[in-house]
Design a protein around this ligand. Structure first.
Ligand code: AMP
Ligand code: ZN
Length: 478
């Protein structure tokens, strides 16, 4: 069955055609290891894992590379501000040396590995560290210089975006320079969109750096990803992922570097929307992106302390498509945990009785499998896939053996460990479910049945069902 994915490059949902039959090569922008990852970052990594599992379910062999940024990422995501790793050294009162930097990177990398294990992310084929691939960055900067795409300023080697006429097509960027777009931009830059390929060592990073023919320094954050993806996957590969914050800067820059060096580069660029959180400073309860720098972030450590199953987070993410924003709240996380525990309880009751599906109902099994594949292959529609699991467990025409086989087969993609024994949590109707029900009531009153159906699915994927009775809408845990 065909797979369809929304490609940021074209702005359209496209049929997936692999470069090599039966194989998928995929690069995921990984963590900057200067702190613990937060649950927003985990949305990005769980999304990459779901993509991988979807491809595997479709019998592709997946080569997945996720980089570890342990040098060169400045706090601004651009060319200015402090280096994030140097900032971590100061925070941790460590000596400002490359060795100490690697120690910090190793520490947060080990914590990252524990986190991704706890949310059941499969380990990628490679985890290349930026600091282990400096020569590849130097070679790429040299190639771009030989081809005439760079210029030197007092603080580094820059990419000249004017030399790449396609710059700005990806992400539909406004590349017209105006007095406003120049505000706060290094005056030595020829164009406000130009970006650093290599930054010379300086006061802001305590003169740390690597020797290079063009001067001691360190790679820009973007060059790392172009160099490492090509090293580990080749000059042309299938899929590249990251959060939507990478659409305006990091990914256009990666593409410019790779294409101008002569590489065809990635075919499908797929971006996850953000996990947002209520803004602390906003009395009207606005919401903002969860970010390490925003001091609004929640880590898995906090979930563990509250004795919340980290897989409840995965459940929350499955309830919405990867490209829709999600609002973090403790209520929705707790309600997801309740749903997950109920799902597991239902699964654990199965299979004891070797009841088979009646012969004339066997078509149901086939249909469920087909629907599941259609959902995940339709740009990873995990909410529908999850709702199918609930539907199967409720379906009295299916035998227990088939129910279990179907559900555990689907769990290869969902990754919820549905056969884990878990105590069922006490159920109350949480606020977020009540709100969704109200929204659905309004949609129905307005005869917007498409919306009301979508909301019903969302409610079901969170483990509750709505019934429209003569007395009004009744909501119950499934
Ligand atoms: P970083 O460690 O900041 O380089 O981010 C690692 C990955 O997490 C990147 O792909 C980001 O786009 C993604 N990311 C960062 N914050 C969020 C968020 N709040 N929601 C979803 N993805 C995020
Ligand atoms: Zn990257």
């Amino acid at each position: 069955m065909d797979i369809f994915l929304h490609n940021t490059k074209s702005g359209k949902k496209e049929r997936f055609v692999p470069i090599k039959k039966g194989e998928v090569s995929m690069y995921n922008c990984g963590p900057t290891v200067y702190d613990y990852v937060h649950v927003g970052n985990l949305r990005s990594f769980i999304f990459a894992d779901l993509l991988r599992r979807m491809f595997e379910y479709n019998k592709y062999e997946v080569k997945q590379v996720m980089n570890i940024t342990d040098i060169g990422h400045l706090v601004s995501d651009g060319d200015d501000g402090e280096d994030k790793m140097t900032k971590a050294l100061k925070r941790l009162k460590k000596p400002l040396t490359l060795e100490a930097m690697r120690e910090v990177a190793n520490f947060y990398f080990s914590k990252f590995k524990k986190d991704i294990k706890d949310v059941n992310i499969k380990i990628p084929s490679e985890f290349p560290f930026a600091s282990d691939n400096i020569q590849e960055d130097i070679d790429l900067v040299s190639t771009l210089t030989e081809k005439g795409f760079t210029y030197k300023t007092s603080d580094g080697i820059y990419f000249d975006t004017a030399k790449y006429p396609d710059y700005g097509k990806f992400g539909n960027l406004n590349t017209t320079e105006t007095p406003e777009s120049r505000i706060g931009v290094n005056t030595e830059k020829r164009n406000f969109r130009d970006f650093a390929l290599w930054k010379f060592s300086g006061k802001f990073n305590n003169d740390l750096g690597y020797d290079a023919p063009f001067g001691k320094g360190f790679p820009g954050w973007h060059i790392e990803c172009s160099a490492m993806s090509v090293k580990y996957l080749g000059p042309e590969f299938d899929v590249h992922t990251g959060g939507i914050d990478h659409i305006p800067v990091h990914h256009p820059n990666e593409i410019a570097q790779a294409v101008c060096a002569g590489y065809p580069y990635a075919h499908y660029w797929i971006h996850n929307a953000h996990l947002n959180i209520a803004s602390k400073n906003d009395s009207e309860n606005g919401s903002e992106k969860m970010a390490k720098s925003g001091e609004n972030f929640i880590t898995l450590k906090v979930l563990r302390k509250k004795k919340i199953d980290p897989l409840a987070l995965r459940y929350v993410f499955l309830g919405a498509r990867y490209s829709s924003p999600i609002q973090f709240s403790w209520e929705s996380l707790e309600s997801a945990e309740v749903s997950l525990s109920k799902l597991r309880a239902k699964v654990s009751e199965l299979g004891e009785k070797e009841v088979d599906t009646l012969e004339d109902q066997k078509v149901l099994v086939k249909n469920y499998k087909k629907k599941f594949l259609e959902s995940i292959n339709d740009d990873l529609d995990t909410a529908t896939a999850l709702a199918l699991v609930w539907d199967i467990l409720k379906n009295e025409s299916l035998g227990e053996k088939d129910k279990k086989k179907l559900v555990m087969g689907f769990d290869k993609v969902l990754g919820l460990k549905l056969n884990k024994k878990t105590k069922v949590k006490k159920v109350e109707i949480p606020e977020n479910i009540k709100m969704l029900v109200t929204e659905r009531d309004i949609a129905r009153a307005n005869k917007d049945f498409a919306k009301s159906d979508e909301l019903r699915k969302e409610i079901e994927s969170l483990g509750f069902e709505v019934k429209d009775t003569a007395e009004g809408t009744v909501v119950n845990p499934v």
